[in-house]
Design a binder for this molecule. Structure first.
Ligand SMILES: [Zn+2]
Length: 157
């Protein structure tokens, strides 16, 4: 059995990299860690799990919001897949995504069992608001020509 550690290109940690003799359909070797979880190329099993979880959770709508916020903060996005990687002032950072709500003035993070090993986090704040069918239609009509923050304010009824 061939066994060693490999540097994950996403979390920059050395993780166990074991080949049990299995190959993928395309002939490439299938590597696993000590828990038999599979590596996805240069992404360790932990990062791969995070990527899958985040990708399942994040809609393209949310992804755009996340990218906009990172760019607004002056980060260059190095990896657009999860876990995200960004760069600013010659430094690389990993970026996690967390969901939160505000309750009685306090921020409540969604409990999703994730360990916090990213350098930075983008927090997605969710809020629920009731609006009428007419208001939705009105927003949709105006959103087609212009998705400006002004139009979004209409939702704050
Ligand atoms: Zn990793």
């Amino acid at each position: 059995m061939f066994e060693k550690h490999r540097l994950c290109c996403y979390c920059y940690q050395y993780k166990k990299w074991v080949w049990l003799g299995k190959r993928l359909r395309d002939g490439s070797k299938l590597y696993v860690d000590e828990r038999n979880a599979r590596w996805a190329g240069k992404r360790c099993p932990d990062c791969e799990r995070k990527r899958v979880r985040a990708a399942l959770k994040c809609t393209s709508f949310e992804r755009e919001l996340i990218f906009d916020e990172l760019r607004r903060q002056g980060f260059e996005i190095v990896s657009f897949t999860f876990p995200l990687k960004v760069r600013r002032d010659e430094q690389n950072f990993s970026v996690g995504v967390r969901y939160a709500i505000t309750k009685e003035g306090k921020i409540v993070l969604e409990e999703d069992g994730q360990t916090h090993c990213s350098d930075l986090y983008v927090v997605m704040f969710a809020s629920a608001r009731m609006i009428t069918k007419e208001q939705v239609e009105q927003i949709q009509l105006q959103g087609v020509s212009q998705m400006a923050p002004l139009e979004m304010n209409l939702m704050r009824v």
